[in-house]
Structure formats: C-alpha cells, structure tokens
Design a protein around this ligand. Structure first.
Ligand code: SF4
Length: 51
C-alpha cells in the first residue's frame, strides 16, 4: 500500500495540496471490461468540492 497518493484533481474534496487524504480510495475500470492503459481506469471515490 502506498504511503501517499499524489493526485492532481484538486477539485476533489479529498485533495489537499495535490495529495489524496481519503482513508481509502476505490479505482475501477472506465468504459472497459479489460483495461489496457490508465485512461481506462477512474477514481470512483472522487467527490466534487462544489457539491
Ligand atoms: S479521491 Fe480520487 S480524485 Fe479525489 S483526491 Fe483522492 S485520488 Fe484524487
């Protein structure tokens, strides 16, 4: 398990200074049943700061 998760999605509620501070994140396939590259994955834990 990584000590730190760097994330540049600063519009997420869990983002603090380009780091993810969520206790756990869930990553899923994105529009794919068999991912071949990172574009086919997504962070499901993302929550907009505007909500
Ligand atoms: S929950 Fe996902 S999108 Fe949000 S800061 Fe963490 S890694 Fe980034």
């Amino acid at each position: 398990m990584p000590d730190k998760i760097k994330c540049t999605v600063t519009e997420c509620q869990y983002n603090s200074s380009v780091e993810c501070v969520a206790p756990m994140i869930q990553v899923e396939r994105n529009h794919s049943s068999n991912a071949n590259n990172s574009d086919q994955t997504k962070c499901e834990t993302f929550k907009s700061k505007n909500m």
